[in-house]
Design a protein. Structure first.
Length: 250
């Protein structure tokens, strides 16, 4: 029998872990809109290497923000307890379009003991999981959920396009926490109050998409491939989204 542990407190693993529950957007365009948690930088960069739970990124082009091409940034990801993407989602040498926030230094506060303390510094950046803050890049094109119905665009056209992004219309507290339970080796995801979920996704913590459901319904079902593990569940209702980390165990 599967058991589900929602990470709402400290867990006796290799490090303390907390739940990641946050609002997010379904597209990059919405995430860069000023009515949302706008990134401080929008950059095309190359991942150089990893350091603990962070990565060095060399900037190729700066689309928004105070930085210059050729700069190398320290970008922090998830340490097991933060609402961020694991930097292992990208290989060294990958060229990616990122929306980066100035580091909130939360990795120094919610500390994973497998890493040295106080790694994050003023002037560093982090990559949030609470929305779509990165797009793939290749052959002059950015690809991914750019906007509703738009999944590919020449990089040269992106800055002008982002200036005209529609407002998200998201209000604080508009989407409650997800209700997640395990039934017959599957995660069943729903909203309190029987709201409709447009889709849900199951991600591994190293950044791999494991399953996506696509038909709007009050509940979304995500098959589990393994008996036990730690996952990230993301779900959307309209332009509103929420991410929540869960642990399943026998």
């Amino acid at each position: 029998m599967f058991r589900l542990l929602l990470l709402t407190g400290l867990v006796a693993w290799s490090a303390p872990m907390l739940a990641c529950s946050c609002f997010g957007t379904a597209t990059f365009c919405e995430a860069t809109d000023t009515s949302w948690v706008e990134p401080d930088l929008v950059v095309l960069g190359v991942k150089l290497d990893e350091l603990h739970y962070g990565m060095h990124v060399k900037l190729v082009q700066v689309l928004q923000g105070d930085a210059e091409a050729g700069d190398t940034l320290m970008v922090w990801g998830d340490n097991g307890a933060l609402c961020r993407i694991y930097v292992g989602a990208w290989a060294n040498g990958d060229t990616v379009l990122w929306g980066l926030h100035e580091s909130d230094l939360m990795g120094n506060v919610i500390w994973n003991q497998q890493y040295p303390p106080d790694l994050e510094m003023v002037g560093d950046y982090h990559i949030s999981v609470c929305g779509v803050y990165w797009l793939n890049y290749g052959n002059g094109q950015v690809t991914g959920p750019i906007a509703d119905g738009l999944n590919s665009l020449p990089l040269a056209a992106l800055p002008a396009y982002l200036q005209g992004c529609p407002s998200t219309g998201i209000e604080d507290g508009a989407l409650s926490e997800l209700t997640i339970r395990v039934e017959d080796g599957r995660l069943v995801v729903s909203l309190p109050g029987h709201g409709t979920l447009d889709r849900a996704e199951l991600w591994s913590l190293d950044g791999r998409l494991l399953h996506r459901s696509g038909t709007p319904a009050p509940t979304q079902v995500l098959p589990l491939e393994q008996a036990a593990g730690c996952y990230l569940v993301r779900a959307w209702s309209g332009t509103r989204g929420l991410a929540q980390r869960v642990v399943t165990a026998r």
